[in-house]
Design a protein around this ligand. Structure first.
Ligand SMILES: C[S@@+](CC[C@H](N)C(=O)[O-])C[C@H]1O[C@@H](n2cnc3c(N)ncnc32)[C@H](O)[C@@H]1O
Length: 210
């Protein structure tokens, strides 16, 4: 798919947040909660969020501990909002608008990479290679993927703009994700499930670069 055709570039931020924060979905809250847990556990000095959208979870960054935060997303409007919301609180907030399927991450190093519901929309192999390049040995990568049970991948909240995502998302098998990252010299440290409304689940995979 051409970058310009990606439906993520046309979904208004308010639609995304209304959908994900709807109590029938509850995923904005769940991803924020996971980000808080991850930051509290690993205390990264440099933190990168892939598919950061409007910065959900950045409210849990303690700038005394996490000096640098890198956010990456394909939609420039989401990044503008993230910058407005968190730029003052996180002095070293750097936001990069790029397509993880086509572009390369900037040449920098971070201690922790996180991606909540991004692998479903990108090439996991290319993403694993990208993550491998920005993490030193011992660096941590945390990915959250969704398992839908018998329901549709995009929950029906009545918000029309989100419906286009059904055509570009694909549900991933956690063991497939594990194999892809192991092929890039990552070791699985943890695989954890979290129940969500609507019979869905999040799977959190934590990898260490070896
Ligand atoms: C389901 S949202 C997850 C957002 C965020 N993690 C949260 O907690 O709300 C997926 C995000 O990935 C971004 N995205 C999708 N495809 C992308 C790509 N090819 N390159 C970069 N970002 C992408 C979307 O714009 C969107 O912000």
């Amino acid at each position: 798919m051409k970058n310009s055709d990606n439906p993520w570039k046309t979904i208004p931020a308010e639609d995304y947040e209304a959908h994900m924060g709807n109590p029938l979905v509850g995923q904005l809250q769940a991803l924020g909660y996971i980000t808080r847990e991850v930051l509290n556990r690993y205390h990264p000095n440099r933190f990168m969020m892939l598919g950061c959208c409007t910065g959900n979870g950045f409210e849990h960054v303690n700038p005394e501990i996490t000096k640098q935060v890198i956010g990456v997303d394909i939609n420039p409007d989401y990044l503008k909002i993230a910058g407005k919301r968190y730029g003052a609180k996180i002095p070293e907030l750097k936001l990069f608008c790029l397509d993880l399927n086509e572009d390369w991450l900037p040449e920098l190093e971070v201690d922790l990479v996180m991606g909540g519901l991004i692998l479903e929309y990108v090439d996991p192999e290319k993403t694993a290679v990208q993550v491998q390049k920005v993490l030193p040995t011992g660096g941590i990568a945390v990915f959250v993927i969704q398992q839908t049970g018998n329901s549709s991948f995009v929950s029906p909240t009545g918000i029309k703009s989100l419906e286009a995502l059904g055509a570009i998302s694909r549900e991933l098998d956690p063991h497939e994700v594990q194999s892809v990252f192991e092929a890039c010299y990552f070791e699985l440290q943890e695989l954890q499930e979290m129940n969500l409304p609507g019979n869905k689940k999040f799977i959190r995979l934590v990898f260490e670069k070896i």
